[in-house]
Design a protein around this ligand. Sequence first.
Ligand code: AMP
Length: 502
Amino acid sequence: MAMANLIFDALFAPLRGRETPLLLLPEGGLSGDAFYRMAARQAHALAGLGVERGDRVAAQVAKSPEALALYAACMALGAVFLPLNTGYTPAELGYFLADARPRVFVCDGARAVALAGVAGQAGATLVTLDGDGRGTLADLAEGMAETVTPAPCGAGDLAALLYTSGTTGRSKGAMLSHGNLLSNAGVLVREWRFTPADVLVHALPIFHTHGLFVASNVALLSGAAMIWQAGFDAGAVIAALPRATALMGVPTFYTRLLDEPALTRAAVAHMRLFVSGSAPLLAETHVEWEARTGHRILERYGMTETNMNTSNPYDGARRAGTVGFPLPGVEVRIMAEGRAVPVGEVGVIEVRGPNVFQGYWQMPEKTAEELRPDGWFITGDLGMRDADGYITIVGRAKDLVITGGYNVYPKEVELLLDAVPGVLESAVIGVPHPDFGEAVFAVIVPQKGAVPEAGAVLAAVAGDLARFKQPKAAVVVEALPRNTMGKVQKNLLRETYKGWFD
Ligand code: AMP
């Protein structure tokens, strides 16, 4: 008997012979069997390019059925899937490719010329996959065998490398194993009661843990179907709800849906579950959602390195402003000065369990700073636990900005701003934004005698930053507020500019 491949056997092998749809698309359904065959063909195409067990396969591609099949194909080969944000610039991609040294890099055909250099420098073979599923990867896959024998992969073998932004400007590759992903998917299927009768509206990107692992893995493991939408469009989501049972989204989805008059009780009559995560859901949104739809949003908390850690209960009170309880098998402790804090007090959240990643790719020092030898991971999030055990996230120890569900580390943006002629220094903060939750905001200090114009400074850095990282606004000030230790007091800046987007 062939050795097991944890993820492929659990998520993809069962699709073989399934005639019911896995993906519901605007142009019709794609059956589980058709998806399985697509993944098998791609696996053979990748193998033909030399991809072997343990090799990285990087992809910066639009969301499509073929893009999800690429994930499946990597799992079949025992390769490590490395999805990249579609907003990354060639310079940003150059860093990831040089760091991860993938065997193959898959990108949109329209970017192939621009990215050939960075792929070549990293020793990766470049193939293309366009949003419509065409490209040189599809050409290679055509006519390939439609079954695949998965390479053996156990709990500790790597399945994915997901890059998080780094506070020092360097991103870190979080190494996620088959065991990490499958254990978490199993827990979420049970906790959130997913069955083959479910139809999930999938409008999240699949280069991030939320869309790829929380949404796709849960649907795949449970035998559910997905209404597969290439991006978030409030009208399209509402139109899908009468055929769906569940939606997973970032808070921005929910605020945008609330702006639509078509969001009514009748529109959600077929739905059983709305899940939110990746950034704090305003209690106000929770309340408004219930008033409009009769449903209480189920908020959960997780991160790239750990998958999901906590969730509000399926049965029982879903408390607005909290992220609920630790998931089964996941331990959570809240620490300050080396000790667990009492109920109601704030500390740094640490987590331990089969969900916690294997460390940062080729960064043993960074790994040692955040992942303790006994398995506790220091999340960097600040939180507290109430007397009933509900956990609330109160802030971030690091000054991470989360805009529309994406993380932006201020340091990376500040370094670019500081390099613009006429700029002495800068501080990048997150300020409340009605649409994005938080918006990236820059406070700029000019060099003596210079008079930089805020808009021009932002324009100067735009080419080097993915759109979601670009400041949405900037001000020029004489000096940054600092404490006696010389540290910039970002809390004061946040206070000053908190009403900017009101
Ligand atoms: P990422 O690695 O991109 O998934 O981002 C993880 C970070 O998002 C966490 O460390 C938290 O700071 C934040 N986060 C995720 N879910 C929530 C939530 N429900 N409430 C508040 N913050 C959250």
